[in-house]
Design a protein around this ligand. Structure first.
Ligand SMILES: Cc1cc2nc3c(=O)[nH]c(=O)nc-3n(C[C@H](O)[C@H](O)[C@H](O)COP(=O)(O)OP(=O)(O)OC[C@H]3O[C@@H](n4cnc5c(N)ncnc54)[C@H](O)[C@@H]3O)c2cc1C
Length: 393
């Protein structure tokens, strides 16, 4: 068994790290101090994404993406996850279900989105529908040749910069007919309700949008009527793995910063790193990151190159998201402790990561929901997805 990165993968990870260091990290203070970036900084960062060839890392070359597999996308996201302010969201990564569109839909939405000319936001969650997606109250009903959408979507990440939405709705109010509709933001009846403030500083917003008598045609249906839950599940799987990647990147940065600080900071006549209380915190951080990162790499390798089927990837993505986000929570808590009072100051990356990593245990399925997925898999198919190991022919 050879678990080394091949040279192409290693070069890609190094390039992603350089992009983070040279393009994203210099924007952190501006983002924190102004609760976002100026139009000029946004434009420069967007141009950098194109110049560095990092547009749409998750889509096929035929659709204008980079054609990277899940393992490679993970390597990139791990490095970008080191950035605070969710600056990792600047390089656009159109949602994966868009690949299920018709050629006409791809020409209208996916390909321009890959080029950076359009941007999507995925809208599932509602006031009454969170973990339980079947509670979605947004409806789509037939009126002549049209579909008419009515509902309200919460926490629509990047909704402020998106110009179209993937709207998860129930045809005739029937959860068995969950369907994803592609809705242009400028369609009559799409209304910004409000833009709430959140715990983290995020380079974009998470607005609430209302869809009131929004008329779209059959060409707005992504995939088939009734296929919505499966498409949304594909989105969850991709996002859960990428959350795993970014939380490992963030945790690693927190450990690096903590180690440097602990070696420099002197109290009682010695570096605080030499107090065993601090050394043990650093040790636990390192060991936990190593364990979670090993899981992340193994699962992504299996998904991309190890022949795992869709069910297995779905089952394993939940373990990745659960373990990596919970690890990150413990790691960043220790990092703030090691930094002492400085760890509580917003100009310190560890303070920002402390606030920002909290949501990773909530969005794209809470930790409890990931445990439900694991439990269901164990009951249905046994332990193999978690404790087995893929063999070679
Ligand atoms: C910053 C941010 C950005 C987001 N971006 C998006 C986005 O772009 N698009 C989108 O559609 N959504 C988005 N979300 C929504 C997010 O996915 C939901 O908040 C999340 O899935 C949880 O749903 P909820 O908030 O309704 O909580 P609830 O489902 O109401 O859960 C409340 C609590 O009950 C627990 N719980 C619920 N069911 C069970 C159960 N069966 N067993 C045990 N415990 C349970 C939960 O784990 C949680 O602790 C975002 C959320 C945030 C905070």
């Amino acid at each position: 068994m050879d678990i080394r990165l091949d040279p192409d993968d290693a070069a890609l990870a190094a390039k992603a790290r350089a992009f983070c260091d040279e393009i994203l990290l210099p924007l952190e203070d501006e983002c924190e101090e102004n609760d976002g970036l100026s139009a000029g900084s946004h434009a420069a960062a967007k141009q950098a994404v194109l110049d560095w060839d990092f547009a749409a890392i998750n889509h096929a070359v035929a659709d204008g993406g980079k054609g990277y597999d899940v393992f490679q996308v993970m390597l990139v996201e791990e490095q970008w996850g080191r950035a605070t302010g969710a600056l990792w969201d600047i390089p656009w990564r159109p949602s994966i279900p868009l690949a299920a569109g018709t050629e006409a839909q791809k020409d209208r939405y996916l390909r321009p989105a890959c080029r950076g000319e359009r941007r999507d936001a995925y809208a599932i969650t509602e006031d009454g529908a969170g973990s339980d997606v079947t509670m979605v109250a947004t409806t789509a009903r037939r009126d002549g040749q049209d579909w008419v959408l009515d509902g309200e979507k919460w926490h629509v990440t990047s909704g402020d910069v998106a110009d179209f939405f993937e709207v998860h709705a129930h045809v005739d109010g029937d959860p068995a007919k969950a369907t994803v509709f592609l809705v242009d933001k400028d369609t009559p009846g799409v209304r910004l309700v409000r833009t709430p403030k959140y715990m983290h500083t995020f380079v974009f917003e998470h607005p609430i949008y209302a869809f009131e008598g929004v008329r779209v045609g059959d060409d707005a249906v992504l995939g088939e009527v009734g296929q919505g839950f499966e498409l949304t599940k594909d989105w969850f799987v991709e996002e859960r793995i990428m959350i795993g990647a970014r939380t490992i990147g963030a945790s690693t940065r927190a450990l690096e910063l903590s180690l440097d600080f602990a070696k420099e900071r002197r109290q009682f006549g010695q570096a605080i790193a030499d107090f065993q209380a601090i050394e043990f915190m650093l040790a636990d951080m390192a060991a936990e990151i190593m364990a979670a990162k090993s899981l992340l790499y193994r699962v992504c390798w299996e998904a991309a190159r190890g022949g795992a089927d869709r069910k297995r990837i779905h089952a394993q993505a939940s373990a990745v998201k659960l373990v990596c986000s919970e690890t990150a929570g413990r790691v960043i808590d220790k990092a703030v402790q090691i930094f002492g009072g400085r760890g509580y100051m917003r100009d310190q990356p560890v303070e920002r990561l402390y606030r920002e990593l909290r949501v990773d245990r909530i969005w794209e399925g809470t930790s409890e929901i990931q445990r439900l997925v694991l439990g269901n898999e164990l009951k249905k198919r046994g332990v193999d997805a978690y404790t087995g190991w893929p063999g070679r022919d």
